[in-house]
Write a protein that binds this ligand. Structure first.
Ligand code: HEC
Ligand code: HEC
Ligand code: HEC
Length: 654
């Protein structure tokens, strides 16, 4: 008897819940359609539009490790100096006991080091602080500081007839700072290629050689080349720019005294070859570029036919010009090259043989005399001036390896930290940088995403023909919270993107195991957008402010309403500047299967050229001057040159 009311109230309850559910779904759908201006939109998560930067993983504090970057050894061979950018420190260690003797706090992420000829001053370039610091080595104190270009990562000292100089690679402003030492002052800032990353000077101080890390393709479908830039250190004049053909990630450079060579390890990259050719070894290999003072360059292979030494980075050459030591961050190896044997091969080779050398991996046996295993991710290398010790920064081991160059055997380590194995982000960075997961260890994630960023190239991930369906590389700095991933928006999560897909398309081996994938995702999620700390509190200039108003405009200057689905800020909605939806903006190419593309987030967009899914736009301006169709990608037809400039100026602040 008493059951009926219970059943009735249950039924009523269910109906109310269903009604509420239906009502809220209807509300949500109407709300989302209203604010996106898209009547086709089905239910998506509220997070697509309502999300807080403060909650993203990269905005949380993370552990700072004692990861060694640049190295320098005192002229008397006794002291080793090590830059610890993550910890804002420069440390001194004893070359014999390998114990740390002094520490100094240096703000702004000290990364590159150089020491003067007398061993009185050490110079540290601060990558995040955009300055170079002079450290007095008697007192181990910072004595002078000078503002230079943006993102300085490497410096070399040279004696010129007009006094001591520093030549500094500014990786973000793409130029070179030439600094006189007394007075401590910037003399000139010549232009370089994209991401100047390493510097070396001829022993007589007449030329400085700068290796640029990223390649700049002429067009998105043409071969990409990075650059060797030559400057005169006395006055800071640009002497010459010469391409490293079909190469990128040139991160080290050293001069071979007596031979007139500047040697640069680099990755030979064939990005227009379908990635399905990985199994044939046609996508990436390691090379050593030999340049002379006239800028002519020969590239020689460092790999072996069935074993690759991925991500060559730093290089050191002894004072006699006999041997070069090249560290490979992706395969934890030092490759020792006998320069006498190399010179002999070059002397006997025809011009054609020299041009084709880089593709003949059997050649390395002619001059590679040893491979020395190291700890995780060796990146910088330097020799003591007497040539007896080689020091190698094992970046993800928090250590510097000391190698006896006579025996070619490690003799110990300068321990800087614990290696960070309890930190998932650190473990993930190890997975990201190692080539162990690819076929014959040909490359790592870092080979295309240096420091989690872009390499500026577009790749052919399909097997349907050379140069078809190119996909512009995407930065992983600031990727947290931006899923779905890929230009076609097909991947829901970092785990899927980096696991199965990566194994199938790129690695040609087994997928990365689950636990390592979680670590990898933790690492990627920890990467803030480029130079975020510097940018997010900036005050807008008048031009940037005008550009901001254009970005958020709902009316044209003539008072015409801009339809909601064509307003920049609706698709590129703050704080990520993406609504994380697929949309069509008239950019479909003849080979694209669809006209819908993932709406990219715009955090750090100034640093990720080229643009659009296939990388066809070299600059931000080109998006609206060359690649706009019928106002489909935001309404821009009303804009004059100045208004477009203002808009671009604003985009560069994001
Ligand atoms: C397509 C983007 C989008 C999605 C998805 C979205 N919103 Fe909104 N929402 C907006 C915009 C735009 C506003 C206007 C105010 C603003 O800019 O924050 C807004 C405002 C609101 C407001 C303030 C009241 C109002 O209507 O102006 C509430 C509450 C809200 N959203 C809740 C939600 C909830 C709950 C969901 C998930 C069901 C959701 N939103 C999904 C874009 C979206
Ligand atoms: C051969 C060069 C190359 C290598 C190696 C490479 N990537 Fe990528 N990556 C790309 C390109 C090109 C894209 C854009 C592809 C697309 O959108 O379809 C991309 C896209 C991504 C994305 C999606 C980003 C977004 O915003 O949608 C993630 C995540 C990613 N890569 C992570 C990795 C990881 C992790 C590894 C190593 C396991 C790796 N990549 C190795 C070239 C590479
Ligand atoms: C309908 C949604 C939509 C609107 C409106 C829109 N965009 Fe986009 N935007 C996209 C999509 C989708 C892409 C990627 C297209 C492609 O790759 O082919 C994109 C690409 C971009 C890129 C290149 C990003 C990169 O990494 O390559 C920039 C910059 C950009 N938009 C800025 C703007 C500005 C500024 C406006 C207003 C003038 C605007 N967008 C209006 C959806 C939109």
């Amino acid at each position: 008897m008493r059951r009926t009311p219970i059943i009735i109230s249950l039924l009523i309850g269910l109906l109310v819940l269903a009604g509420l559910g239906w009502g809220s779904a209807a509300w949500s759908r109407a709300h989302e359609r209203r604010w996106s201006g898209r009547l086709d939109l089905e239910l998506v998560s509220c997070n697509h539009c309502h999300l807080k930067i403060e909650n993203l993983p990269w905005a949380q504090p993370s552990r700072r490790h004692s990861a060694p970057a640049g190295l320098a050894v005192s002229p008397d061979n006794r002291k080793v100096y090590i830059a610890l950018d993550e910890r804002n420190e420069v440390v001194e260690a004893d070359g014999v006991t390998l114990a740390i003797t002094r520490r100094l706090e240096v703000r702004g992420g000290p990364f590159g080091l150089a020491i003067d000829a007398k061993g009185e001053r050490l110079y540290a370039t601060c990558r995040d602080g955009d300055r170079v610091v002079a450290i007095d080595l008697a007192t181990f104190r910072e004595v002078e500081s000078l503002a230079i270009g943006a993102g300085p990562v490497a410096a070399t000292y040279c004696d010129t007839q007009e006094g001591g100089r520093l030549v500094i690679a500014n990786s973000v402003s793409d130029n070179i700072s030439v600094v006189s030492l007394s007075p401590f002052k910037e003399l000139a800032r010549p232009q370089a290629g994209r991401e100047p990353y390493a510097v070396a000077a001829a022993p007589d101080g007449s030329i400085a050689f700068v290796a640029n890390r990223l390649a700049v393709p002429e067009n998105y479908y043409s071969m990409a080349s990075s650059e060797l830039t030559l400057v005169d250190p006395s006055k800071g004049k640009l002497l010459l720019r010469s391409p490293f053909e079909s190469a990128h990630l040139a991160e080290g450079i050293a001069v071979a005294p007596g031979r007139g060579w500047a040697l640069t390890p680099l990755i030979k990259v064939r990005n227009l070859v379908p990635i399905t050719q990985v199994a044939n070894g046609w996508v990436m290999s390691s090379g050593l570029a030999i340049a002379d003072a006239k800028g002519s360059i020969i590239q020689m292979p460092l790999d072996e036919a069935h074993d690759y030494f991925a991500d060559p980075s730093g290089i050191a050459v002894d004072a006699a010009g006999k041997r070069a030591f090249i560290v490979s961050g992706g395969s934890d190896t030092v490759t020792v090259v006998d320069l006498e044997l190399l010179a002999r091969w070059l002397a006997g080779a025809s011009d054609q043989a020299k041009r084709e050398a880089i593709d003949d991996l059997s050649l390395s046996a002619e001059y590679v005399v040893a491979r020395i295993p190291t700890g995780r991710n060796p990146r910088h290398a330097t020799l003591s001036p007497d040539g007896k010790r080689l020091y190698v920064s094992e970046r993800l081991e928090d250590a510097v390896l000391a190698v006896d160059t006579a025996a070619l055997k490690p003799i110990g380590r300068i321990r800087l930290g614990d290696g960070g194995q309890t930190d998932p982000i650190r473990r993930g960075e190890r997975v990201f940088t190692q080539a162990a997961h690819t076929f014959q260890r040909q490359f790592s994630c870092r080979s295309c995403h240096p420091d989690g960023h872009v390499d500026g190239l577009s790749y052919d991930f399909d097997g349907d023909g050379i140069g078809d369906n190119l996909l512009d590389n995407r930065s992983l700095q600031g990727v947290a919270g931006t899923s779905p991933l890929k230009w076609n928006g097909k991947n829901p999560s970092l785990q899927v993107q980096c696991g199965v897909r990566f194994a199938r398309v790129l690695m040609r081996t087994d997928p990365i195991p689950g636990a390592e994938l979680d670590d990898l995702a933790a690492y990627l999620n920890s990467l803030p957008p480029p130079r975020w700390a510097r940018r997010h509190r900036q005050v807008l200039t008048p031009a940037q402010e005008r550009g901001r108003r254009i970005f958020f405009a709902t009316l044209t200057p003539a008072g015409e309403p801009i339809p909601r689905e064509r307003q920049c800020h609706v698709c590129h909605r703050p704080p990520l500047y993406s609504n994380r939806l697929m949309s069509s903006v008239g950019t479909r190419g003849s080979l694209d299967p669809s006209d819908l593309f993932d709406t990219p987030h715009l955090l750090g967009v100034a640093y990720t050229a080229p643009y659009l899914h296939d990388g066809r736009a070299k600059t931000l301006e080109e998006l609206w001057t060359t690649y706009q169709t019928n106002d489909l990608h935001g309404v821009s037809s009303y804009m004059n040159k100045h208004q477009l400039n203002d808009l671009v100026e604003f985009l560069k602040t994001l």
